[in-house]
Ligand binder design. Structure first.
Ligand code: ADP
Length: 163
């Protein structure tokens, strides 16, 4: 049976840390579904279509990675997609405290779904979407924190080389 994991998040935008987690997750799972949670109350930085497009551009050519949005509970999204696990990353002890309660609630809701945590690599442990948003807002060069080869001008509306 195929082992499928959902990697849920806001991905606003996807960072090099997220990309690293998916790559490492592929050593454990046959397939990873990057699930972009749609929160109607939260407008966010990039529109959902752009977030999806950006994630797809990062994993294009890799048939083991799929990208989808969802609006229901993460555990229900897992079941709909035949996933047995949720993949999450841990950067800090604060991440751990936050993730523990979510994972425990998810386990109570749907005991057949388990959460697997991977520790962030040291080089990505300070990288977050919020940090990237801040750098981009002030027109800094965020490329060191983003997956390689993204079309910066298309996704973020300016070219860091011309700043
Ligand atoms: P959320 O809004 O649910 O926190 P994020 O898009 O910020 O979603 O993150 C999704 C997942 O990716 C979380 O498990 C988070 O801990 C993990 N993650 C974020 N940044 C990194 C990183 N630099 N290295 C490893 N994991 C990360």
């Amino acid at each position: 049976m195929e082992r499928i994991a959902v990697f849920p998040g806001s991905f606003d935008p996807i960072t090099a840390g997220h990309e690293s987690l998916v790559s490492r997750g592929l050593n454990i799972f046959d397939k990873i579904i990057v699930g972009v949670g749609v929160n109607a109350d939260k407008h966010g930085f990039l529109p959902f279509e752009k977030r999806l497009e950006l994630i797809k551009s990062v994993f294009k050519g890799n048939s083991r990675v799929m990208v989808k949005t969802y609006e229901n509970l993460t555990v229900d999204f897992c079941i709909e997609n035949g996933a047995s696990h949720i993949l999450r990353g841990l950067r800090t002890s604060a991440d751990f405290e936050y993730e523990r309660s979510i994972a425990q609630v998810n386990k109570t809701l749907r005991p057949q779904i388990d959460t697997v945590f991977l520790l962030a690599l040291p080089e990505f442990s300070s990288v977050s979407s919020s940090l990237v948003r801040e750098v981009i807002h002030y027109r800094g060069d965020a490329r060191k924190f983003l997956p390689l080869g993204i079309d910066f001008e298309y996704f973020f509306g300016y070219n860091p080389d011309n700043q």
